[in-house]
Design a protein around this ligand. Structure first.
Ligand code: NAD
Length: 500
């Protein structure tokens, strides 16, 4: 059995304590590798390596740091065809989807190439007579990232390129379900010239996460994953005096106005609801048609499209959607489907008996569509994280927009309409972090920032873009006077402009 290594101080390092977790190919159900689960001591060794690398890296001029990023970007591009199947073997997503996630990660690396510009400070001449003041952004220190299974390449790259460009060192604790690609990418970063110990990868479970959250050698923690774990990471990390951002679960609504282009809307719902088997935090999982006639037209057009989805392993170039990540996940989704039927929703498309010759042990599920879902049902309230779309019929635009606001999650939402007034009102009023107008998955590009509201994000900063730079730096403000400045004598009282 292939054993996955940690990556510490520029080298692959085997797990030492004998604890391993199975890594499974979701298309076949076969165990294909074993990933080490680090002990607290092993994690502390990695923290020590990241601390040892910190002073030299923090002192490296930003333009020299950027040089490494230019090479890293080129290596990622030239290795994308190697990385994508490695990722999909463990995750299950289709090859174009894996290449797409790598491309979105590369965008963040490109953003990080501009770090000399992004770190420019502020300078005020003559804040008082002969006194000048300037503010710099300094690295926070050692940063940790804890990431989910659904984007094993892209989500870590939302974090460490920005953190490292800012002069921090980084410890990544990837999902134990699909960790191989993270190690290979770290290796490419070393090949690009990143000094040893600046990016480290440690595999593990709760023990590794708890060690990172409590150890004084870690200064900041970025988390992306489910809301239950994210709120724990946020409160625990903050209680240990760390800067924490935790991006969490979602239930993204797409409002369909009566004037929407129905073919465009259906295309959008198919891609955003069923792409990556619905395992995206920006997947649309609720469609809210306004008015019965709109709803009837929508469901009528969605049904045959869902029934004809091409489902298969990533090695099938025709596949539009792969399996879900694990048997546990498949069972959980099936429980939600049974619960939805029991609660009175109408299962218009039932994907539960989907099976694929040669892949009978894979975790495949056909696309499912529920109509006449109500807001008190679990299938509406909870994040299912599978290829299950719920249609909740609204009588009016106001009722639809209110529904979006009343939901506990606030990651993404979209409105499909030709009505500028409705779109403008929607974008302005909803309590949602990322909003689309005729765009179903409004994931911001790397130079904007990604993040939700409400229980979709704990902390003060969104991720990547300028918010990433703010999260991974802290301000230092200098106030300076030179002997030729006017002598004021001893100052005993605060006065405007002369507190200095
Ligand atoms: P998860 O919360 O199960 O795992 C995330 C990370 O936390 C993993 O590294 C895991 O090892 C670790 N972890 C798991 N249990 C833990 C525990 N008890 N204590 C400490 N650490 C623990 O999430 P997942 O199933 O891997 O990913 C799916 C979730 O991620 C969904 O809820 C999805 O919406 C969310 N997600 C959110 C965003 C976003 O930007 N908001 C992006 C991608 C995924």
């Amino acid at each position: 059995m292939r054993k996955i290594d940690h990556y510490v101080s520029g080298k692959r390092v085997a797990g030492k304590n004998g604890n391993y977790a199975d890594v499974t190919n979701p298309a076949t159900g076969e165990v294909i590798a074993a990933t080490p689960l680090a002990s607290a001591d092993e994690v502390r060794d990695v923290i020590a390596a990241a601390n040892a690398a910190l002073p030299a890296w923090a002192a490296t001029p930003p333009a020299q740091r950027a040089e490494v990023f230019y090479t890293f970007r080129d290596l990622l591009k030239s290795h994308a065809a190697e990385l994508a199947p490695m990722l999909s073997d463990e995750h299950g997503k289709t090859n174009p989807d894996a290449l797409g996630e790598i491309a979105r990660g590369i965008e963040v690396v490109e953003f990080a190439c501009g770090i000399p510009h992004l770190l420019k400070g502020e300078y005020s001449e003559a804040v008082s007579t002969g006194v000048d003041s300037y503010t710099l952004r300094k690295p926070v220190g050692v940063c940790a990232g804890i990431t989910p299974f659904n984007f094993p390449a892209m989500v870590p790259m939302w974090m460490y390129p920005v953190a490292i460009a800012c002069g921090n060192t980084f410890i990544l604790k990837p999902s134990e379900k699909d960790p191989s690609v993270t190690v290979r990418i770290a290796e490419l970063f070393s090949q690009a010239g990143l000094p040893d110990g600046v990016l480290n990868v440690v595999h593990g479970d709760k023990i590794a996460v708890d060690t990172l959250l409590a150890d004084p050698g870690v200064d900041a923690v970025s988390f992306v994953g489910s809301t239950a774990i994210g709120s724990y990471v946020y409160t625990t990390g903050a209680a240990h005096g760390k800067r924490v951002q935790a991006l969490c679960g979602a239930k993204n609504h797409l409002i369909v106005m009566p004037d929407a282009d129905m073919d465009q809307t259906v295309d959008a719902l198919i891609g955003s609801g069923y792409g990556s088997a619905g395992e995206r935090c920006m997947a649309v999982s609720v469609a809210v048609p306004v008015g019965e006639a709109t709803a009837d037209r929508l469901v009528e057009k969605l049904k045959p499209r869902i029934e004809s989805l091409k489902i298969g392993p990533h090695t099938d170039s025709q596949a539009e959607m792969g399996p879900v990540i694990s048997k546990e996940s498949l069972d959980r989704i099936n429980r939600y489907i049974a619960g939805g039927i029991e609660a009175g929703a109408e299962l218009v498309v039932d994907g539960r008996d989907f099976s694929l010759q040669g892949y009978e042990n894979g975790f495949f599920l056909g696309g499912c569509l529920f109509d006449r879902v109500t807001t008190d049902m679990d299938i509406y309230r909870d994040e299912i994280f599978g290829p299950v779309l719920s249609v909740v019929r609204a009588k009016s635009y106001d009722e639809a927009a209110q529904m979006v606001d009343d939901h506990e999650y606030g990651n993404g939402a979209a409105i499909f309409t030709r009505d500028g007034d409705a779109a403008r009102d929607f974008t302005s009023r909803v309590k949602i972090g990322m909003v689309g107008v005729n765009v179903p998955i409004p994931v911001p590009v790397a130079y904007h920032s990604f993040g939700g509201w409400k229980r979709s994000l704990f902390g003060d900063h969104h991720i990547h873009g300028m918010e990433g730079v703010r999260f991974y730096t802290r301000l230092k403000t200098m106030t300076t006077r030179w002997p030729s400045g006017i002598r004021t004598g001893a100052e005993f009282n605060f006065r405007r402009g002369s507190e200095v």
